[in-house]
Design a protein around this ligand. Sequence first.
Ligand SMILES: [Zn+2]
Length: 632
Amino acid sequence: MALTSSVINQIIQQEILLDDLSDDDLATFCQTANLAYRSGESIISDQDYDFVYLPALKQRLPQHPLLQSIEPEGQGFSEEKVLLPEVMLSTDKAYSWDEIRKWIERLEKSAVDIGLAYVDIQIKATPKLDGFAGFDDGTHLYTRGDGKKGSDITRVFDRGLQVYNDSKRGQGAGEIVIKKSYFESHLSQDFEYPRNFQASLIKEKALDEKAKQAIADKAALFVPFAQLPTWSGSIKEMSESFEGIVEKVLSTVDFDVDGVVFETTNSDLKIQMGANRKFHRWQVAFKENKDKAQVKVLSVTPQVGRTGKITPVAELEPTLLSGATIVRATGHHYGLVKEQGLGAGSVIELTRSGLVIPKINQVLKSAAVDIPVLCPSCGESLEWESDFLMCVNHVSCPAQVIGKMEYFFKILANNDGFGIATVEKLYEHGIRKISQIYALSASDLSAMGFGDKTSANLVNQLKRSTNEQIEDWRFLAAFGVVRMGMGNCENLLKSYPLNEIFELNLEQISAIDGFAELTAQMIVTGLNSIKPEFDLLMQHRFNLEQTPLKKDLVEFTHDLFGKKIIFTGKMSGSREAMKKNAKSIGIQVVSSVSAKTDYLVIGEKVGQKKIESAENFGVEILTEANYLALIK
Ligand SMILES: [Zn+2]
């Protein structure tokens, strides 16, 4: 059964949503879109095809022929496939800084293996063109095909296609592209996407006038990768200004670009890293992930956070997105529910970037909404605070009490076992406060129904959390007071020691850099509310590391002030005393080498490996005597 062009158009315009399409119509639409793409006349973007329509077809009609074979790039040419002069691998992709960081770590590791210093790793970055890949050996031009065998499309050069920068033939791999500005001014009336036009340049049938003109105007070109504008620098520079480099590289060419390719240029390192069957390990393409899907909402339920904020959680029809099945997504606040009609039966656009939790972009089709009136946890009336729906029963709302206790252990981050399940169980047995938890014995826990082994372990974890040294600002932040996150707590404790903060008034706090009056007011109120609990907990002798006070620090004018330093090896005196002294004069003593470390101070008997590893990170090495001279 065919779909009329007007129906197809409505689907493209998202006037008819996935949900409204029968299985047959969806299959027909996918086939139509696929045929259009293959013939170089795409009707929807690759992204919509790959991430919205195909996954839906897969879910509804897993046996559909369209899903049974994946057509390699280059199919659609009638020529026999010929062996390429060089294997053309594809490029590994990274969708987040986190994934780029992992690639950098692999580079570092391989560099260590071949004795290449970290500071000597060189990187180049080039724009990733969104064109038609080919390989030019000087006499023939081939499509990439499956990477090993492609089709001979030398006719494109016979038709007059020029090489970018008026450079010569035979520069290897590259892409056939059309200038973006030219496409917009000359071709966008006739072609929906540059890709459609690019495909028309390659096809066997004779070129039309527009294609001939674009070639004559040198707007359509073959761009060898070797001719691309390049950013180059050290790996350190790349790490430090990644976003800026990406932005800059993306804007260097007048072609459609869908990412930035990073690669190392150290030839030994390239050999060391090699390739797998699909891609070179010394190269990675950074792409902004824009996976998205149309998803039907099954229900929306309110969830109460530790601060009393009510968050709408949408249960979804299971949907594959960026390689994971998504069944739930969270809206930022209930304002969205009200304004956009996020209710059971609505359809949302969901995007997922990298591995983060999927985000509700917008509601495509609204439905009747259900705005809760009472808190689902405590039953009290809810109140609006601008876009946020809140439960203001902060003292005894179970969800908030449980959330606060769980938060405390999470922020402390030096214990295991006090996740939500444990804390909920403690709540069921009457526990309401962190101080009550610290007063529990193993037999108390056993009596609540925890196993003997678990009870003993939980008590050990509590001990561990008091014995292990933690920063005082972290301890304070764990109380979860509004406007007292880790950053603000550290800032506050740089100005006043922990034992003085409860005496501070509004004027004193708002006088600290970075605290507006409203924040200061909330901090005064918040501190007041936690004072009794704070005092009770302090009886458990937490091992708190005091934040150095600003007023004590400003007196030091030595060269190592504020630097991150590691001490290693046997010193002339006690190393512990040396560390203590360093801290007292404003040096940040750290325990493991990283790219952020400034100096490694070495005593006697330090292994060469340790020194090399520090040098690889670009850390400067000081002897004990050098160090002492610098802090004079
Ligand atoms: Zn409540």
